[in-house]
Design a binder for this molecule. Structure first.
Ligand code: GLC
Length: 564
């Protein structure tokens, strides 16, 4: 993919020319959270018109593919992860015709498109769920979900003790069509997200059809949401936290692999490669690799890396374990630092505990943004030099940080509301992007917009707009552009192997291919690195073109061209 031809011919589709390319093996994939990317119609919410206008910016940034968070018709109870119709675009974002136009335009710029498919649950406004509610207990329509009578004398207690990921019970009681209290339904996330029953063939068939619906429109891959969760123990046994049952009643069950084998067959039925990418939120690389067997997903997000603290030994351990787990299944590793669910890494790395726990909790924590920014820039050069593919989350190329002072009344995340504010939730990483100008909405919405951005932007982002950073030597945007340009020109930086080199404590130094070296200093002092070479790029103090002294400044990374 890296050298995909660019073309202005409106009929050319340069990304679909090479049927043999397993493009996901070294792609850099940029995550577009549509709602907060760019607002084309001035209603304060990002939309497809906004994205289409910015496609040249994304092509110029140098990424290979765009992953879109759910853009489907949805009540947005969980920001679109509550899908009411998997084949329609939400009117707030645009139309199906606009999505089709976007796919074509992106392809002509050499950008592939990945859509987000949510198999574990639908929206409570999905027609299947509305039918199931209306049909009442015992009806076939209810078998597409997990309806059960309650426990207790009058069914007033939930059917089992499972908890929602977002807090509270994983069950909500329904009313019967005649208004009397009825059965409960399972939702491992918010109550507006009823879990689908994957034992039912209609669910399986419909999702395979949804995959074909999007692949037929030229989509190059799907990101599979909450991929470990769709299969459940149909007996719905209580979960014993002290002695977790094995296999787990709703995570990582053997049956879940059947689903993805069938999806892989759908993907493989296309002549040009379509990727299956899993959100496999597990902290053991070996368990993750089980999803990457040759007839299942192609790649999965690496949460171990994302969760890891800014610590040389911990990172080396995670990188080594990741590569070791992926090698036997011949799947490429992935490297990701931020996404729409986690604290932005500029903020994480500016905190005393710089890890991000698997529990996904976000609180008010003292944060040194200057330190976090330095480390984030170094981490970017680290990620982009590791073997495999990498994910970027919109706005990280501008150096954006987590916004943690959003007023409670404006918070939208069900995680915040279902925990009564105990967990701040994920709104802080979802604030609309700053594009230009010196005050909000920073070009996110056009002149004459009828509404403010759906979440308020910090005034200090005036210094971090794409316009302010464009062409400015040393800006984070230019660091990303240069890194991506070098990576594209040097295939050795993508798929392949890595060789660790001896280096002082608190540093990571490794070779890629014959002559490229990445060196990272995770300490607060400058460190001598005994690797001679030519400086290609630096995240820190060294001036490009000034040569490589062998001295790596505090909290920084370099890419070198060297000889053995
Ligand atoms: C995934 C998504 C997250 C969503 C959840 C439920 O973890 O990334 O945003 O809330 O699944 O669909």
């Amino acid at each position: 993919m890296s050298d995909a031809p660019r073309s202005d011919d409106e009929h050319a589709d340069p990304v679909h020319t090479d049927a043999a390319t397993a493009w996901w093996r070294n792609a850099v994939i940029y995550q577009v959270y549509v709602r907060s990317f760019a607002d084309g119609n001035g209603d304060g919410v990002g939309d497809l018109a906004g994205v289409r206008a910015k496609l040249p910016y994304l092509a110029d940034l140098g990424v290979d593919a765009l992953w879109f968070n759910p853009w489907y018709a949805s009540p947005l109870a969980d920001a679109g992860y509550d899908v009411a119709d998997y084949r329609a675009i939400d009117p707030r974002f645009g139309t199906l015709a606009e999505a089709e136009a976007l796919i074509g335009e992106a392809h002509r710029l050499g950008l592939r498109i990945i859509v987000d498919i949510v198999p574990n649950h639908s929206s409570d406004q999905h027609e299947w769920f509305l039918e199931a509610l209306a049909a009442g207990p015992g009806a076939e329509a209810r078998e597409l979900f997990w309806f059960r009578p309650g426990r207790g004398e009058n069914g007033e207690l939930p059917p089992n003790n499972w908890k929602s990921v977002f807090g509270g019970d994983a069950w909500t009681r329904t009313d019967n069509p005649d208004g009397t209290p009825g059965e409960w339904y399972l939702h491992l996330f918010a109550s507006e997200q009823p879990d689908l029953n994957w034992e039912n063939p209609k669910v399986r068939e419909d999702f395979e059809d949804v995959l074909r619906f999007w692949f037929d429109r030229g989509v190059d891959g799907v990101r599979i949401d909450s991929a470990t969760m769709p299969a459940k123990d149909a007996g719905l046994p209580d979960f014993d936290e002290a002695a977790p049952p094995f296999p787990h009643p709703f995570v990582d069950r053997d049956e879940v692999h059947d689903i993805y084998r069938a999806w892989r067959a759908v993907a493989d039925s296309y002549p040009d490669p379509r990727a299956l990418i899993g959100e496999v939120w597990l902290d053991q690389p070996e368990r993750l690799a089980a999803y990457l067997r040759p007839d299942e997903m192609h790649t999965a997000f690496n949460f171990d890396y994302l969760n890891c603290a800014w610590d040389a030994d911990d990172l080396r351990r995670v990188i080594t374990a990741t590569l070791a787990a992926h090698a036997p299944v011949d799947a490429p590793a992935t490297w990701v630092l931020s996404n729409h669910d986690v604290t932005r890494h500029v903020s994480r790395y500016g905190r005393e505990d710089s890890s991000f726990g698997n529990n996904g909790r976000q609180y008010h924590v003292a944060t040194d943004l200057d330190l976090g920014t330095q480390r984030a820039r170094a981490a970017t050069l680290l990620s982009l030099a590791l073997p495999g593919s990498a994910y970027l989350y919109q706005g990280e190329e501008l150096g954006l940080w987590e916004v943690d002072d959003i007023p409670d009344a404006l918070r939208d995340d069900p995680y915040f509301h279902r925990t009564d504010g105990e967990v701040l939730g994920r709104d802080g990483c979802r604030v609309p992007l700053p594009w230009s100008g010196s005050e909000a909405p920073f070009g996110f919405s056009p002149d004459g917009a009828t509404a403010a951005p759906w979440l308020p932007q910090p005034a200090a982002w005036a210094a971090l707009t794409a316009e302010a950073e464009d062409g400015v030597a040393g800006s984070t945007l230019e660091l990303y552009r240069t890194a991506l340009r070098i990576r594209r020109a040097q295939p050795a930086l993508g798929d392949g192997t890595l060789e660790w080199l001896d280096s002082p404590a608190g540093t990571l130094v490794f070779r890629r291919g014959e002559d490229l070296v990445c060196a990272v200093n995770l300490t607060g002092q400058s460190v001598s690195i005994a690797v001679p070479g030519e400086l290609l790029l630096s995240s820190g103090g060294e001036v490009d073109g000034a040569g490589w002294s062998g001295e790596l400044t505090a909290e920084s990374a370099v890419w070198l061209r060297t000889s053995r």
